[in-house]
Design a protein around this ligand. Sequence first.
Ligand code: PLP
Length: 470
Amino acid sequence: MSPEEFRRHGHAAIDWIADYWASLDDLPVRSQAAPGDVRRLLPASAPKAGEPFDALLADLDRVVVPGLTHWQHPRFFAYFPANSSPAAILGDLISSGIGAQGMIWATSPAVTEVEQAVLDWFAEALGLPADFRSDGPGGGVIQDTASTATFSALLAALHRASGGEARRHGLGDAGWRVYGSSQAHSSLVKAAMMAGLGEDAVRSIAVDPETQAIDLAALEAAVEADVEQGLTPVMVHLAAGSTSTGAMDDLVGAGRIARAHGAWVHVDAAWAGVAAVCPEHRAHLAGVESADSFVTNPHKWLLTTFDCSTFWVRDRAALTGALSILPEYLRNAATESGEVVDYRDWHPQLGRRFRAIKLWAVLRTYGLEGLREHVRSGVALAALVADLVRADDRFELVTEPSLSLVVFRLRSGDEQTMAAMEAVNASGEAYLSHTTVEGRAAIRLAVGSWRTTRADVERTWRALQAAADG
Ligand code: PLP
């Protein structure tokens, strides 16, 4: 493809995206493809001779779109959002065009320094403690996902707790134990599995049945029982917005228990953390001042194309101590000067994209005021959903709405709840997801798209009411 053809096809690709967005309202939100439907439309092998790029664009509508669940659809309310936005897409495109590897500062100083600056800005915008900023002992880094951030936090915690032994000789016989509520995201158990601790090293702590937040007395009892048995608490994982219901663990109380036993405190605010761009939506982060690490995903609710998970640590030495490795081919004068950050030491992988550009583009294009407006609109629409639930006797809220997430059910029972949700999802009108709370089925409706309006919420509610009628 010549540079001129690249320009032409590039314009066509952006046009395709804009047309795709414009068409979303009329498309079923959840893909109606059956297993194998997409694959059947693809040839068995790659073409021998090159084809015009237009042929690929044409196949997007024919092959890909019918096999998509439209995450950018204004009535996508399932899971948590994976928001994209025009600014983030253009930022990501530029990152691809630059095509630089930022594994070490020396391989592209701008990749590292823009990321440091943007994460310092973002930490300030969220009201995070100054200790997390890069001008002190801490700092931030963009990870691919919150799962990787939690894994990295656990490796840092093991490094600190073992006095560096873990990286040299492995886990030894300290009997490391990790704590999280029964509502902690599954990435915690996966992190323990990947770290070689095994899933049994994770203590699943009971939650308050009403708030679904970690039960502090149960946490304290579990930690103390383990210590009594000669086991070693290494990390307490706290949810600032659990996946199932958006439950908020008490960071102050749980942090105190963790610190009393020398355990690392990791705050997983993957979804809800970005709401802190609004000063009035920071209460759930009270106590983050004493956390050792914190993660939130702009790639969920904050308009930044996947993947962009922002992760901060109070003491970067624990993280880099766990993960640094310097083969001869990466030695360079800048690293040896000690004046630069080499992000390859901040996560499991070596190579890394220039992800900061898309977050930079989002922060600059929307400005903090624009981002606050986006978050506030999601919270307001969720409050509307909660009002609609309260106003219809057939439905009930399962938990109080949490920011932009509403969890509710049909009073008539689990079967009816699941049937109503499935009917809406199958109709293509909207897309919702489910969970179980205290053993009973519930519907999750998470608002988050920049394209969702009051009319979309009302239309979805009408579809749910019709489904409840049977
Ligand atoms: N933590 C919480 C609270 C989540 O809700 C999720 C995903 O929804 C994750 C972690 C995992 O996020 P990621 O896909 O970025 O690993």
